[in-house]
Design a protein around this ligand. Structure first.
Ligand code: C2O
Ligand code: CU
Ligand code: CU
Length: 562
C-alpha cells in the first residue's frame, strides 16, 4: 500500500516536471521510395488547454521527415484534404519543373498529386511546403511544412552523427502571429511568438553528451533568426541549404533567413547533466533584417513586432548520458565544393524595388509583379548564368530559386563568409543598395512549357507578387520515334508490385511518363542521364503505357502490373 502511494507521488511529480519542461517533439521519419502525404486540418495544443486550428501533413501540424537516398527513384502521393486548392513544393530539390510543386502544379480539393523523380541532390536538409499562388502564407503559417533529409554515399563515409532523433535532430523555428484567442493569424507583419517543432519557444530537447547534429530550418513567413547559445558555447556549421561545406566552420552566431537551412554540430561531450540554452539574438541582426530593427515610417506604419530587436530564449538542451557508438570528434574535411565556372556565363540582373519608394509592403522584381501567365525569361539547358541581385528597398529580401541550386559569388562586393560557400538555394540580399552575385547552371530538365519560380521567401512578399518564373529550353529536341525493341528494354514484364523495374537503353534514358489504360498520366520521372534506370513502383494492378525518352527519341512500351 505504502509502495503504491509512493509510486503515484513519483508519477505525479514527473508529470508536473515534464510539462513545465515542455518537451520538443521530433517529427516522425519515413524512409524508402514511396511516400504518402495527406494535407489536412486539425487542432494543436500550442498553449496549455487551448485548441489552435492548424494544418499539417499526416497530422495536425508540420509533417513527417522524408528521408531520401541520393540516386533512388521516389514516388510521392500528396492527397489534398484541405477543402481548398494547394500545391506541395520540394524546396531546394533539383527536380524537373513539373515535379517541383510550384503554383502551376495545382492539387484540387480532394485530389491527389503523384510526382516521381530521381533524387539527384547531395546529402543535405531540404523541406516541403504548400505553394499555391497568393495562399502560401496562409497555408504555411497555419502549420503545413516538413523536412526532407537527403543522404548519399559520400556523406555516409564521414564520421558524423546520423541517428535520427537521437544525435541528429531537425528543428524548425517559426515566427507566428497569434490573436488574443490564441489562433494563428494569417499575417506576418507583427509576429508575436516563436514555435520550435510546433511547440512554444522555451521547450526542452534531450540530447546525449557527445557530438550532436542539429538541422536548423527557418520556416518562418517573414522574420530572420540570429541563433547563438548562452554561455558562449560555440558550434560548427557543416552544411548550408543544399550541401556540405568543404570543412566545418566554427561559429558563435548564425543568421538564417526564411526558407534557409544550416546543419550544425554541437560538442556536448562531458556536459551530461547540464542545461544549455539556444537563444535568438534579434538585437544583433543588421538594420533592415525583419526580426531586428526596421525603419519606423511613422504614421502608424511601424513594421516592428513585439519581439523584434530583442533577445530571447528559443529552447533548452538537457544533456543526457552518451549513447553507445557516440561520435566524439568533428571531421576536419567534409567535401570539395566546385562552384560552377563563370566563364562564358550569361549575365542577368534582378532589381528589387518598392512602390512608393519607402513602402515596406509593396515590392517588385525588375518593376514587375508575378503573373502566372507571363514568362519572365527563358534560358537553355546546358547554360551557366551569373545573376546580379540588387536591392533598392529599405529591408532585406531572402531570394530563392526553384529546382536549381547556386553558389554565391559575392555579397556587397565581398566574398561570402565560409559558411555560405556551399550549394545554396536562398540568399539574403541586404537592404539599401545591397548587391549579391550568384552563379547557377541548368544542366538538365529542359522543358519549354513548365516554368521554375524565383522569389522573395518572405511569404507576404511572394504572395503579393515578388516572384517571377522562367523556362529552361531543351538543348536540342529529340523527337524521333524509336523502334522500341531495338533501343529500349523494360523488364521484368509482367511485373509484380514488390519487384524492381529496370529500364535499359543503348542511349541515355532521360524521362519516363507512365499512362494508365485510360490514357491519364499517373507518374512522371525525370532521371539523371544514364543508360540503365531502376525503379520501384506502387501502381495498382493493370496495364500501363510507358513513354520513355532517351537521348535519341521516344519509345512506347506496354507494361503489365500483376
Ligand atoms: Cu520554399 Cu518557392 O519556395
Ligand atoms: Cu523552393
Ligand atoms: Cu521580400
Amino acid at each position: 500500500m505504502k509502495k503504491r502511494l509512493f509510486l503515484i507521488a513519483v508519477i505525479g511529480f514527473w508529470a508536473t516536471f515534464s510539462s513545465t519542461q515542455n518537451p520538443i517533439p521530433v517529427p516522425p521519419a519515413i524512409e524508402g521510395t514511396n511516400f504518402d502525404l495527406v494535407l489536412q486540418h486539425g487542432f494543436s495544443e500550442i498553449f496549455a488547454g487551448i485548441q489552435t486550428s492548424t494544418i499539417g501533413y499526416n497530422g495536425s501540424q508540420l509533417g513527417p521527415t522524408l528521408i531520401f537516398q541520393k540516386g533512388s527513384a521516389v514516388s510521392l502521393n500528396v492527397h489534398n484534404q484541405l477543402g481548398d486548392t494547394t500545391t506541395t513544393h520540394w524546396h531546394g530539390l533539383h527536380v524537373a519543373a513539373r515535379n517541383d510543386g510550384s503554383p502551376h502544379n495545382m492539387i484540387m480539393p480532394g485530389e491527389t498529386w503523384s510526382p516521381g523523380f530521381e533524387v539527384m541532390d547531395n546529402a543535405a536538409t531540404f523541406w516541403y511546403h504548400p505553394h499555391p499562388h497568393g495562399k502560401t502564407l496562409n497555408q504555411v503559417v497555419k502549420g503545413a511544412a516538413g523536412f526532407i533529409i537527403v543522404r548519399d554515399n559520400e556523406e555516409a563515409l564521414l564520421n558524423l552523427p546520423r541517428t535520427y532523433g537521437v544525435d541528429d535532430v531537425p528543428l524548425v523555428f517559426q515566427w507566428k502571429t497569434f490573436d488574443s484567442a490564441r489562433q494563428i493569424v494569417e499575417l506576418d507583419e507583427q509576429d508575436n511568438e516563436v514555435l520550435v517543432n510546433g511547440v512554444l519557444r522555451g521547450g526542452t530537447l534531450n540530447l546525449p553528451a557527445q557530438v550532436v547534429r542539429l538541422r536548423l530550418l527557418n520556416g518562418s513567413a517573414h522574420r530572420f533568426f540570429d541563433f547563438g547559445f548562452v554561455n558562449a558555447l560555440g558550434f560548427k556549421q557543416i552544411a548550408g541549404d543544399a550541401g556540405l561545406l568543404d570543412a566545418p566552420v566554427a561559429m558563435s552566431k548564425l543568421i538564417l533567413a526564411p526558407g534557409e537551412r544550416a546543419e550544425i554540430l554541437v560538442d556536448l561531450t562531458g556536459k551530461e547533466g547540464q542545461l544549455l540554452t539556444l537563444r535568438q539574438f534579434g538585437t544583433l541582426l543588421p538594420q533592415g533584417y525583419p526580426g531586428g530593427t526596421m525603419m519606423n515610417m511613422g504614421g502608424g506604419n511601424n513594421m516592428m513586432g513585439p519581439l523584434d530587436n530583442t533577445d530571447f530564449n528559443l529552447m533548452n538542451i538537457n544533456v543526457s548520458a552518451p549513447t553507445t557508438n557516440a561520435v566524439m570528434s568533428i571531421p576536419g574535411h567534409l567535401t570539395t565544393n566546385v562552384p560552377f565556372s563563370s566563364a562564358g556565363a550569361t549575365a542577368r540582373s534582378f532589381g528589387f524595388s518598392a512602390q512608393p519608394m519607402m513602402s515596406m509592403t509593396n515590392f517588385f522584381i525588375n518593376g514587375l509583379k508575378y503573373n502566372m501567365e507571363t514568362m519572365n525569361f527563358s534560358t537553355q539547358q546546358g547554360k551557366t548564368e551569373v545573376w546580379t541581385l540588387t536591392n533598392q528597398t529599405m529591408m532585406a529580401h531572402p531570394f530563392h530559386v526553384h529546382g536549381n541550386s547556386f553558389y554565391i559569388l559575392s555579397i556587397n562586393g565581398a566574398m561570402p563568409t565560409a559558411n555560405l560557400r556551399g550549394k545554396k538555394d536562398v540568399v539574403t540580399v541586404p537592404p539599401m543598395g545591397g548587391t549579391v552575385k550568384i552563379v547557377t547552371r541548368f544542366d538538365d530538365f529542359g522543358d519549354p512549357d513548365m516554368p521554375y519560380m524565383y522569389h522573395c521567401h518572405i511569404l507576404s512578399h511572394e504572395d503579393t507578387g515578388m516572384m517571377g518564373q522562367f523556362v529552361v529550353n531543351p538543348a536540342s529536341s529529340a523527337t524521333e520515334d524509336l523502334p522500341l525493341d531495338e533501343s529500349v528494354r523494360v523488364f521484368p514484364n509482367p511485373i509484380t508490385i514488390d519487384n524492381t523495374l529496370v529500364i535499359e537503353s543503348d542511349y541515355d534514358v532521360q524521362e519516363l511518363d507512365i499512362f494508365d489504360s485510360k490514357g491519364s498520366r499517373v507518374r512522371n520521372y525525370a532521371f539523371s542521364v544514364r543508360k540503365r534506370q531502376t525503379l520501384s513502383l506502387d501502381l495498382a494492378n493493370g496495364v500501363y503505357f510507358f513513354q520513355i525518352k532517351t537521348a535519341k527519341g521516344f519509345a512506347l512500351e506496354q507494361v503489365v502490373f500483376q
